[in-house]
Design a protein around this ligand. Structure first.
Ligand code: UDX
Length: 459
């Protein structure tokens, strides 16, 4: 199909996205304004595009339209306000408005794990397509960014061909990391375009002209490859983390030190040091559910054996949480009954308020179930944690969380915990015992302040 998706009906003079002179600039709609969509919308408006963010959640849209980011992402709120003030960024709950507005529609809705299954729940993707497709009457490009199982784009392209023949579909997976969402969107390390025509690729090149001119490489490929790049990348990262955590298990059995081991491995350029940090393992809204959905899809495709190692990757990851609970129990004499445990960290990683599949809260809830009184503190994720885990106690600072504690667990490596003064915390605890679940604290400093310091994978 050789559509001209460019700027149909749009007006304007700027050269956003690489258009020059008086050529009208592309207008973009972003359907789904969660983590990915809100960031994409804000960043695209910062790049000079006219952007309309659309979501069916009117509460979320009202907050975004008022200049408030509904989640924590460093630097995003000022850019959101700048976009709103410039008039280039607006928000709506109307599919019709989005359909009428844009030349390129980005699909950024969530694809969580299905309840009680490994497979991805595509109902939000299908609902967005149902909402938008009948309203798309002029040529435009519909670009999926959500993480979907291989084969989804082909299936949706079949629908597009029948229901909205003026529309072309592309898939452009997103690799942004929470906490670095703006940099990862503005200067991605690669762009992957799953396209079926040169025109679609050209339109995407216009959208991403600024990153491309700054040197970001582009891989243009078929739909299935584009879909697979995303899940393969996350499977690789998860495997790397679980590899070093498997080594941590072996270190625990031999008296070796996984931190020194990992450092020594990292000097081999072929291995590299990133994502080789041993600890409580991975969580969040992506890695765990993506590897599970990948396994489920492989099963449907009859190649489950190819990915059976991911089952082990998942199991190693979950075993770290169990090991943390065992180590904690060991330190309090075998039983949590009557014990006070302080948990430092609730978010699945620092610089985020995201508690989806958070290893920290998983451990905290298990210990609470086993009889301990648990007091949690996190610099950003308190509100979310309270809603999901009302059975846990919450304190408004680290000092108050550790007050009277028989044991302190460091489970999310916020800089504030790294910098905390072990002597000051030692003054208020009942017992100076800490388990560093993230291998991020300076062991010698804590030991010098009289603490029993234990960590995963270290003597
Ligand atoms: C991840 C991918 O990195 C990103 O490319 C994709 O788009 C979405 O999923 P994110 O979930 O934001 O991003 O977090 P990431 O920084 O990758 O960390 C994932 C988890 O792995 C965290 O729980 C983190 O604590 C853990 N981790 C990471 C380790 O345990 N060890 C490491 O060495 C690195």
């Amino acid at each position: 199909m050789g559509f001209d998706h460019g700027a149909g009906g749009a007006t304007g003079t700027a050269g956003a996205g690489g258009a020059t002179g008086t050529a009208p600039r592309l207008r973009l709609s972003i359907v789904g304004t969660g983590y990915l969509g809100a960031t994409h919308a804000v960043c695209m408006s910062e790049l000079g595009f006219d952007v309309l963010g659309m979501d069916v959640d009117d509460g979320k849209i009202a907050r975004l339209a008022a200049g408030e980011v509904p989640f924590y992402e460093p630097g995003l709120e000022p850019l959101l306000r700048k976009g709103l003030d410039s008039g280039r960024l607006r928000f709506t709950t109307s599919y019709a408005e989005a359909a009428a507005f844009a030349d390129v529609h980005f699909l950024c809705v969530g694809t969580p794990q299905k309840d009680g299954e490994y497979a991805a729940d595509l109902s939000a993707v299908d609902a967005a397509i149902d909402g938008l497709l009948p309203l798309l009457s002029r040529p435009c490009l519909l670009v999926g960014k959500s993480t979907v199982p291989a084969g989804t784009t082909d299936r949706l392209a079949g629908r597009v061909a029948v229901e909205a023949p003026a529309v072309e579909l592309a898939w452009n997976p997103e690799f942004l990391r929470e906490g670095f969402a703006i940099t990862d969107t503005m200067r991605p390390d690669r762009l992957v375009f799953g396209v079926a025509s040169a025109a679609a690729e050209e339109t995407l090149r216009q959208v991403y002209a600024s990153a491309i001119s700054a040197g970001t490489p582009v891989v243009s490929c078929d739909f299935a490859t584009a879909e697979l790049v995303k899940v393969a990348a996350n499977a690789f990262l998860a495997t790397k983390i679980s590899f070093i955590n498997a080594m941590a298990e072996v270190c625990e059995a031999t008296g070796a030190d996984v931190i020194a081991l990992s450092k020594a491995l990292s000097y081999d350029d072929r291995i590299g040091g990133r994502f080789l940090h041993a600890g409580l393992g991975f969580g969040g809204g992506c890695l765990p559910k993506d590897i599970r959905a990948f396994m489920a899809r492989a099963g449907e495709l009859g190649v489950d054996q190819a990915l059976s190692f991911l089952k082990e990757v998942d199991a190693i990851n979950m075993r770290r949480r169990a090991r943390m609970v065992d180590l904690a129990a060991e330190l309090v004499g075998g039983s949590f009954g009557g014990m006070k445990v302080a948990v430092l960290g609730a978010a699945f990683k620092p610089n985020s308020d995201d508690i989806r599949d958070s290893p920290a809260l998983d451990v905290a809830a298990t210990i609470q179930r086993r009889g301990a009184a648990v007091a949690v503190y996190d610099p950003m994720a308190m509100e979310q944690a309270r809603v999901k885990y009302p059975q846990l106690g919450y304190r408004d600072c680290a000092l108050s969380a550790v007050k009277g504690a028989d044991l302190v667990l460091h489970l999310t490596e916020w800089p504030e915990f790294r910098e905390a003064d072990p002597a000051a915390l030692g003054e208020v605890v009942a017992e100076r015992r800490i388990v560093d679940g993230r291998n991020a604290l300076d062991a010698s400093r804590w030991r010098a302040a009289g603490w029993v310091y234990r960590a995963l994978g270290r003597p």
